[in-house]
Design a protein around this ligand. Sequence first.
Ligand code: AMP
Length: 371
Amino acid sequence: MTFKELTLIEPILKALDEKGYAIPTPIQQEAILPALRNRDILGLAQTGTGKTAAFALPIIQQLYLDKSHGKRREIKALILTPTRELAIQIDDSLREYTTYTGIRHTVIYGGVKQQAQVSALKNGVDILVATPGRLLDLINQRYVSLHAIRHFVLDEADRMLDMGFIHDIKRLLPLLPREKQTLFFSATMPSSITSLSRSILHDPVRVEVDPTSSVVDTIEQYIYFVEKPEKKDLLIDLLKKDKCKSVLVFSRTKHGADKIAQSLSKVGIGSEAIHGNKSQNARQRALTNFKSHETRVLIATDIAARGIDIDQLDMVINYDLPDVAETYVHRIGRTGRAGNSGTALTFCAPDERSMLKDIQKLTGRVLPVAN
Ligand code: AMP
């Protein structure tokens, strides 16, 4: 099945093509058609299955086809998600999927000053991604109104409840218009989630994918247990042994990224580092060189790597483990695109073991150790 067969329209197909998505994932195959018909969805799927596109694409398309969308900039779709990291990732995906549609979106979450978020809201948005606490805050201050919402996504409902957001959600629900489409996603279905879903969904289409249909399954993944000081030599060894054309290396810190680039250059391996301390020009140049295969190795921090799409990326190396498990899935999701095979190697130092556990819990599998 193709994205076109799911009746997605040209401006969206073009963006998906540029992202290198060749075929829809199982959750996308099941959810997109009914969601485009404005049906409610009860989706059982975890991160890594491609669920973000499964709920985002139908919303974007419906807003785009609704001719009145450009006339008034009011929030017409709300995506509620439990963590700041997820919120940012969803907003990043929206940026890519909406490229050719003129649909506007923004993201709000707690833990940072509200000013920049408020001014983004004042510019007018069609889709709002939010975490519950900050959303309620900004509603109370009258920066956000939910009266025009037509599409509502509750993402990671089980985690919302685990994190104690049930009261926030119960306060938010009555603020939404009655007439709307609701897309409800949860990785698990304990009875508390079943009853919450029953109370907010109308005749939903149930879509379920087992964790093994995850995008990350097309990617070969291995772990190297190493002491921190050994990581540098391991990386050099691997890059010398493996003839991979393009390798993306993730470093947790900017300083770390620079240090890795220096060690590689000492042994004659060409690489460039991109991170927030580099100018936009320098970053762009590094990216262009990497895409044209002039530089073989690109070292990036998670923030700098956001939104970069590289065709034919053979390998991702996690020099450091990410702080948030979902980030692992997004990092390695950059390889193995468009039906290409991909490899993801992860260096795990003793103090990173607990992070590895979180990743294995999230992806539902134990990563094999490389030998
Ligand atoms: P999600 O489950 O939405 O967090 O998506 C997990 C990863 O899969 C992300 O890195 C997406 O960019 C990627 N992805 C989503 N849909 C597809 C697709 N149809 N083909 C290839 N990659 C995809």
